[in-house]
Design a protein around this ligand. Sequence first.
Ligand code: FAD
Length: 148
Amino acid sequence: MIAPTPSALDATGLLRLVYASTCVCGIAERDVRDILARSKENNFVLGITGMLCWSGEFFLQCLEGPRRPVTRLFSKIASDPRHADVELIIAAPTQVRWFDRWAMGFTRDMMSHGGDVRATNAAFNPYALQASDLLELFERLSQSAQPM
Ligand code: FAD
């Protein structure tokens, strides 16, 4: 029997989770910066990576990492009063991290990376998109967005 390599062991049990939510009234750029700063610190410790998209009206986030920390973090995020209508869209096992460069990447400019995902940035509505479109969007973001 061939022993698994460290990278193969690391990939075992990874979960990719994508959810959409609606910003509460009055959320500002400063609040999102606070969320990002906290996310980067916490996620690094937990071994979680991902990308947060903010359209001004909606959030769309991809989290990836070991299953238990990701599901626990999602429960915490879902009860955060800074957003509402949290809708879990994708929770799927994966062997690869798309965002291994970022504890939490960030973009406001989803559509310039999203290619043929049918929406404009101004009208971006993550609830209206298919799960497959969202996966495509995040895969493209992982290739083209710059770490912040
Ligand atoms: P602290 O930062 O000390 O916060 C303690 C408590 O205060 C928490 O209950 C928090 O919800 C609340 N709180 C803090 N600031 C505010 C505020 N300005 N308004 C209202 N309540 C506040 N956290 C991560 O660790 N990783 C992520 O990837 C992540 N993504 C997020 C995405 C979105 C869209 C949102 C809205 C939040 C996200 N958060 C994320 C934040 C998360 O919901 C928790 O606030 C955070 O994880 C708590 O961090 P902490 O345990 O270090 O506590």
